[in-house]
Design a binder for this molecule. Structure first.
Ligand code: SAM
Length: 267
């Protein structure tokens, strides 16, 4: 659904765009049409979060090139992020972790991009199980003793907050140069009333489609306490619009949306 709504704006390189163009997104058609009609802000959120993610991934790897040479994309799904990064950064290795479809994605990537496929590994693991994730990564050649950039876009909603915090705590503590770029939904009690109503309806719809009781949201101060992560940057859709477009368009202030992103470092 995300890939169908976002289209080519979900990618940042020619390779990523050609990958997105080849994806069969028909399974997400009904959801994408319903979301676009009911919550037109959702598509803008997707475009902005992918832009912010890419901007921060670049900034992190410019500041500390070693951190961009090992990138782990958590809950990667069918996203183009890993493919983009492997093309953008010629000496980067990328590991993508998801519950589903990793073998299919790996085969697709191998067919489309044989030259970079050797630097990409798709791992099937449950992010709720830290042991499973780490053993999968290690078996796939990831080195805990080397700096790593961790990416968590659109996945915090599916993990119990304590599991998400434990994952980030581990991810950040392996190396002092490690960074994480994360996206999440603010806890509903922190939202302005109209945004809370809109977000609750949207989350309720998604949860029902996916077969979950609810989507998870995050209280940032609680999350930082539990994960031990230090936030190095924050962004919300209005700040992203301003940085990307030179003016705010859909979101005039941080209170207009419950979506937040952060760059985290180890305490
Ligand atoms: C909304 S999609 C986001 C995909 C991609 N990160 C993006 O933003 O375009 C959420 C992804 O998280 C994955 N996911 C959810 N719970 C998970 C878990 N416990 N372990 C691993 N992956 C999970 C889903 O399979 C799905 O691919």
């Amino acid at each position: 659904m995300v890939m169908r709504l976002t289209g080519e704006e979900a990618a940042h390189t020619d390779a990523g765009r050609s990958y997105v163009g080849m994806l069969d997104t028909s399974a997400g058609r009904e959801m994408a049409e319903h979301v676009a009609a009911q919550w037109p802000h959702a598509r803008v959120h997707f475009v902005l979060r992918k832009w912010q993610l890419w901007t921060w991934m670049n900034a992190a790897s410019v500041n500390a090139p070693a951190v961009g040479r090992q990138v782990v994309v958590l809950g990667a799904g069918w996203s183009a992020t890993g493919i983009d990064w492997a093309h953008h950064c010629a000496d980067a290795h990328v590991w993508e972790v998801d519950l589903h479809h990793q073998a299919d994605k790996e085969a697709l990537v191998r067919g489309l991009f044989p030259l970079v496929a050797g630097r990409m590994r798709m791992i099937e693991a449950d992010l709720s199980s830290l042991g499973m994730v780490l053993s999968g990564l290690r078996a796939g050649g990831w080195r805990a003793d080397r700096p790593t950039l961790w990416v968590a876009e659109g996945v915090a909603y599916y993990l119990a907050p304590d599991r998400f915090a434990a994952l980030l705590r581990a991810a950040l503590t392996f190396h002092p140069a490690n960074r994480a770029v994360v996206e999440f939904g603010l806890a509903h009690h922190l939202l302005r009333e109209d945004v809370r109503t809109r977000t609750a309806a949207y989350h309720g719809y998604l949860a029902a489609q996916i077969g979950l009781a609810a989507l998870q949201t995050v209280d940032p101060s609680d999350f930082c306490l539990r994960s031990g992560a230090i936030p190095l940057s924050w962004a919300d859709p209005s700040s992203m619009e301003l940085a990307r477009n030179g003016r705010t368009l859909t979101f005039k202030s941080p209170e207009d949306s419950g979506m937040r992103m952060a760059v985290l470092g180890p305490a």
